[in-house]
Design a protein around this ligand. Structure first.
Ligand SMILES: Nc1ncnc2c1ncn2[C@@H]1O[C@H](COP(=O)(O)OP(=O)(O)OP(=O)(O)O)[C@@H](O)[C@H]1O
Length: 561
């Protein structure tokens, strides 16, 4: 672990914003010094009460120290809020950008739940801690200067204070590793708990209809919640014991003034009230500083989580580098795509291959309607992810009119596609479309026979709470609006009623073909295979059978598979 990681939150804020500048340091120090000066002035003024009362200089110093304190503290608190919010906003936006540039394999491996927890919970923890942390830094300076003041009054008293505070701090900090590893364990358990909660919500129908399943899911949630409780109780008891110790030290500190100090020095006589006042003065701030330590430990765990997520994303980006920030090549004029020896395998946690697609050799011509069939789990969706370059091939290449698709044009290649996967997401807004003609949207909604269920206003669909079949029809509307050269439909017709299914195969697909689109359709509808130029079958990850083309259509051009 590097020093910057040990410093945790401070180094995180500095790396993200560069906002911890000299002005900030001076003002943190000034507010602490001003606070200590006000104590010295108050003590001097109280002393002066017995000698005719405080002078105007006393009052001037007092007013000045308060003004400086208020100005500096206000700046520090405002600025620390800005720094923390800016840091968190930067990291959120950067992570979102890295996520969207990562390949699908990496995102599937990290898992949506984890990413969600990092970007929402961990960043929130950072924001919550930052401001009190700066207030605590200010308190540290104030304590230091109050100690200097005590040293001026009685060096022996200062040494005694230092020894007791130092002893308290050592005790408090000695278990820090245990706190942080406990908190990390709790954070992992919280992730597991969130996954179970996610299952409870996503699988609500299954849970509600099956009480035993519901009992099991809730029992799992309870067991994870209990583990979080137990770990946190253990860590917090450790913290609490140490807080008791610190309070004991502080009280001992006060007691030491009348009971121990006179044994150490006789120069001290007459200053005891000043010293007691000084100790009482930093009693609260010292408690705040100590109280910050557990919070800081928790936030360091959050900062560690954020860094770990970013490291995972960076590693994934390095594994499949792409030099295009956004599509830079217009590849839409292509006439053929060749997939040569494409292979992709899933692996389990131990690195063993669990399922592989390929090697696949396939040619896809412009304007061709290709059907992909095969049993459940045969690898059709995986192949679609390979063809669309969502999965990077582990071996093999994609050629577009003979030119290889690589890091420099992979995003341009992906942008050739409009895809409706089986687990597609329907955005309420028509993202990514610059000019939208509302009349065209309305016409498409009518064409897909869902105009009575949803409309289009202010750049978004008025309703996306639709049935499964209706959602797919709306996804078709979006696909039409995207108007890409290649459409990929993964069992889009599966949830449609017979009339729409017929319309899909016998009207929509021929229309797309007539418009020069290339269409890849995953289908189990053998009644409609005549709508395809070619039908390819997947079996155990291999393209093993190629149905003869429909009469009168061009022959297939598939090599191997
Ligand atoms: N993200 C993943 N991680 C690991 N294995 C996966 C993943 N996705 C799919 N698989 C495995 O790959 C195999 C092929 O899955 P795929 O979804 O490609 O099949 P499919 O032909 O589309 O099936 P279906 O017709 O049921 O939709 C399955 O055995 C599945 O368990």
């Amino acid at each position: 672990m590097t020093l910057s990681h040990r410093l945790g939150l401070f180094s995180f804020l500095q790396e993200e914003t560069g906002g911890l500048d000299l002005k900030m340091a001076i003002l943190v120090a000034s507010s602490g010094v001003a606070n200590a000066i006000s104590l010295a002035v108050i003590n001097a003024s109280v002393e002066a009460l017995g000698k005719g009362g405080p002078s105007w200089q006393h009052f001037a110093w007092f007013a000045l120290s308060i003004l400086l304190f208020v100005y500096a503290l206000r700046h520090v608190l405002h600025q620390s809020t800005r720094i923390a919010e800016r840091a968190v906003c930067n990291v959120r936006v950067r992570l979102a950008d890295k996520i969207r540039r990562c390949d699908l394999v990496a995102i599937e491996a990290i898992g949506g739940g984890d990413i969600h927890a990092r970007i929402s919970q961990d960043t929130a923890a950072v924001v919550q801690t930052a401001r009190p942390l700066f207030a605590a830094a200010q308190a540290v300076v104030m304590i230091l200067f109050t100690l200097i003041y005590i040293a001026l009054v009685s060096p022996a008293a200062m040494l005694l204070c230092l020894a007791l505070i130092g002893g308290g701090a050592v005790i408090y900090l000695k278990d820090r590793r245990a706190y942080e590893s406990g908190l990390r364990a709790a954070s992992r358990e919280v992730d597991g708990m969130s996954q179970t909660l996610d299952g409870l919500l996503r699988g609500f129908k299954e849970v509600r209809i099956n009480s035993r399943k519901g009992d099991d899911v809730v029992a799992e949630f309870e067991s994870r919640a209990s583990r979080v409780r137990d770990i946190r109780i253990e860590v917090m008891i450790l913290f609490s014991n140490n807080i008791v110790f610190v309070e004991l030290f502080l009280l001992s500190l006060l007691g030491a003034i009348p009971f121990v100090l006179p044994l150490l020095t006789d120069v001290f006589s007459g200053s005891e009230t000043k010293i007691v006042a000084a100790i009482l003065f930093f009693f609260g701030p010292l408690g705040n500083v100590m109280g910050m330590i557990p919070t800081l430990s928790e936030t360091n765990v959050s900062v560690g989580n954020l860094r770990a997520l970013e490291a995972q994303l960076d590693a994934a980006l390095a594994r499949s580098p792409e030099s295009e920030a956004r599509p830079t090549h217009d590849l839409s004029g292509f006439s053929r795509l060749d997939f040569v020896g494409l292979r992709f395998a899933y692996h389990d946690a131990e690195g063993n291959e669990t399922f592989a697609v390929g090697p696949v050799d396939l040619t896809l011509r412009r304007g061709e309607v290709l059907f992909l069939v095969g049993g459940n789990g045969s690898g059709k969706t995986t192949l679609l992810k390979l063809l669309t370059a969502l999965y990077p091939p582990q071996t093999g290449t994609i050629l577009l009119d003979g030119a290889e698709i690589g890091a420099g044009n992979r995003q341009s290649y992906r942008d050739l596609f409009s895809a409706i996967f089986a687990d597609f997401h329907l955005f309420e807004k028509l993202h990514g479309l610059a000019r939208i003609d509302p009349d065209r949207v309305a016409a498409l909604l009518r064409q897909m026979d869902i105009a009575h269920k949803t409309g289009f206003a202010d750049g978004q669909f008025t309703n996306i709470r639709l049935s499964t079949g209706q959602r797919k029809r709306l996804a078709l509307v979006v696909s039409y609006l995207e108007d890409k050269p290649i459409a990929v439909f993964d069992e889009v017709a599966a949830d449609q009623d017979p009339p729409f299914r017929h319309y899909f195969y016998h009207t929509l697909l021929p229309d797309l073909k007539a418009a020069g689109k290339t269409v890849v359709v995953v289908s189990h509808d053998d009644r409609y295979f005549d709508a395809a130029d070619r039908v390819l079958r997947m079996e155990y990850g291999r393209l093993v059978e190629i149905a003869p083309p429909a009469p009168g259509e061009p022959g297939h051009d598939t090599r191997g598979g």
